[in-house]
Design a protein around this ligand. Structure first.
Ligand code: MG
Ligand code: MG
Length: 246
């Protein structure tokens, strides 16, 4: 799907709301805060900006953000979990403005974290930017995954296979999917007007995942730490434009 400049303008507005959800939740993260507190902060941003949530009610999801601590990779449900010194917490945020979607995520330290955890966060974020940098007219879609995988695996980590990025527009998850690894084929050609949510999930241990009994939370099979960074970015004549950056 190639989006018109008018459509991308709406996605830019949705992206700004998502960026604000990110900055406001980030300010709140400290020991003693619950994941439900963070959800409340994100809800206030949506209300203030007149945006709708694309997470709330999505297949019955009960919150406007996902909160996934430590070995949880994605899709954690906000609740009574109290953040503790040394945790890392992955926050996934989304918003809809005039029918157009934004989607972005980050992993943040809670207080002081180990050097090993800090390195995982740094490498995972760097792998996101390497992927985004491939969003150029004429490149192939799977150049993104190859770039992400290169950064993550060069650092000794693994990339989650089961959950992937996606095109985004009038729905949060549109085709095609965007793997964070080289799937063996180059994939379709990237064109100006395409918009994608690029979202590497990187584990210290193996890439294997387990879904918990709540039907949402996804954790690493080996219990190792995981990080998740995501941005929504449009392909322009001049390369990628990140729509969900503050
Ligand atoms: Mg997301
Ligand atoms: Mg996404």
């Amino acid at each position: 799907m190639r989006r018109s400049p008018e459509e991308i303008a709406k996605m830019r507005r949705a992206g700004k709301v998502v960026a604000e959800m990110i900055s406001e939740t980030r300010l709140k993260i400290k020991p003693g805060v619950t994941t439900a507190d963070l959800d409340r902060v994100a809800r206030e941003v949506l209300e203030r900006r007149g945006a709708r949530s694309n997470f709330l009610g999505y297949h019955g999801f009960p919150a406007v953000i996902c909160t996934s601590p430590n070995n949880m990779i994605v899709h954690g449900i906000p609740g009574t979990r109290v953040l503790e010194e040394g945790d890392v917490i992955s926050i996934d945020c989304g918003a809809i403005i005039e029918g157009y979607h934004g989607d972005a995520a980050y992993t943040a330290p809670v207080g002081d974290i180990s050097a090993a955890a800090a390195r995982l966060l740094e490498v995972t974020e760097r792998s996101l930017w390497a992927g985004i940098d491939q969003l150029r007219d004429g490149n192939r879609l799977h150049d993104v995954g190859r770039a992400v995988q290169n950064v993550a695996e060069s650092a000794g980590y693994s990339v989650v296979r089961k959950y992937v990025g996606h095109a985004i527009g009038t729905a949060m998850h549109e085709d095609p999917q965007v793997p964070n690894y080289w799937p063996g084929t180059p994939g379709p050609r990237i064109k100006v007007g395409n918009v994608f949510a690029i979202e590497p999930m990187v584990n210290i241990g193996t890439p294997d995942t387990i879904e918990l009994e709540d039907g949402w939370s996804v954790v690493t099979a080996d219990g190792s730490l995981s990080a998740h960074f995501e941005h929504t970015a449009a392909v322009t004549e001049d390369g990628p434009e990140v729509l969900t950056q503050a």
